[in-house]
Design a protein around this ligand. Structure first.
Ligand code: AHG
Ligand code: MN
Ligand code: MN
Length: 324
């Protein structure tokens, strides 16, 4: 079975991609192995609980948010192929090597609210080519379709790395020698599904199209959709998206009436875009109810976006409800 390094040594040249990209991906994987070691030990490595600090998102940071962020920065800073980093937990970008060809954006720990209760969490990453010229914030503000690579590590019952470099999706599972081994090639998101994921506690705040859509799903075979649906909500996007890659489904975090100035909760650059590239590469779809996620022109490192992604039939159905 192929290790990650063996896979990249063959897959990248096959698609005329430079080995420097392999080096960047191997650094991301190495950082995630360090994070995995902390996540696995929980209380035994003193990583549970609140950090007592806040981030630019206005969120209280968990200790593991800060630890994972520091690990990502320390490991990626050492790779001279990387020119800059952007993190959910950093107000501004971090310049690293001015001759580096790549930018790495990441959510060091996704699903933080689950850490202290031992439910799956993950690390999400997105890799862009560094544009010509001096590094500025604008260097990072590239459309999701420009990503040269994207993926996540899911710290779950298995620790799995899922990635794409634009030529299919590949799943690696961590073995007992701390090596990522290729265990699945090109999972496909089924066109249709009977499973949806949304935080139902926000129902009274949703705008009409989402109200109608969810009402129809809940009506099941007694309603216009003519079939019964199941619901899941893990509150870790990485876990939701992995489930959808493995068996289909639709994941939503819509804009709601609580703060119309906020298009949604999730962040475009290091949550929605990397996950959207994986979705499209696996035959799924992703949009913000207005346009395809990967076509959105970013305006800020931490900008939020409404998210509808997963099985194409459902993503398109709820998109059309928004066009009425
Ligand atoms: P993060 O822990 O990086 O802030 O991300 C949490 C996100 C996402 O992972 C998840 O789908 C969503 O927040 C859950 O939101 P609610 O807690 O509002 O359900
Ligand atoms: Mn997140
Ligand atoms: Mn996070």
């Amino acid at each position: 079975m192929n290790t990650l390094n063996q896979f990249l040594a063959q897959h990248l040249p096959e698609h005329k991609l430079p080995q420097e990209l392999a080096s960047v991906l191997e650094s991301v994987a190495a950082a995630c192995l360090d994070i995995n070691a902390k996540v696995c030990l929980g209380a035994l490595s003193g990583v549970l609980g609140m950090a007592g600090t806040g981030n630019i998102q206005g969120e209280d940071q968990k200790k593991l948010d800060v630890i994972a962020n520091n690990i990502m920065i320390d490991v990626l800073k050492a790779n001279t192929n990387i020119a800059g980093l952007a993190s959910e937990e950093e107000d501004t970008y971090v310049a690293t090597h001015e001759n580096g060809d790549y930018l790495v954006l990441f959510d060091p720990l996704d699903g933080s609210s689950n850490i202290d209760v031992n439910i799956s969490v993950g690390t999400i990453f997105s890799i862009l080519a560094k544009p010509e010229g001096a590094l500025t914030t604008e260097s990072f503000l590239q459309k999701g379709r420009e990503q040269v690579a994207a993926g996540y590590v899911l710290y779950g019952p298995q620790t799995q790395l899922v990635l794409t470099v634009g030529h299919g999706v590949f799943v690696f599972t961590l073995d007992d020698a701390n090596q990522f081994l290729l265990t699945k090639e090109n999972p496909r998101v089924p066109e249709s599904t009977k499973e949806f994921a949304i935080n139902m506690s926000n129902q009274r705040h949703w705008f009409a199209p989402v109200q109608q859509y969810i009402d129809e799903l809940l009506a099941g075979e007694t309603g216009v959709r003519g079939k019964n649906y199941n619901m899941r909500w893990v509150a870790s996007m990485v876990a939701e998206i992995h489930r959808i890659l493995m068996r289909g489904g639709v994941f939503m975090y819509p804009q709601d009436k609580r703060d119309p100035s906020k298009p949604g909760k999730l962040r475009l650059m290091y949550e929605a875009n990397p996950m959207s590239l994986l979705m499209e590469q696996a035959g799924g779809a992703s949009n913000n109810a207005i346009e395809a996620m990967l076509d959105i022109q970013p305006t800020g490192l931490h900008q939020r976006v409404a998210v509808f992604m997963g099985s194409r039939e459902e993503v398109e159905y709820v998109y059309h409800l928004h066009q009425k």
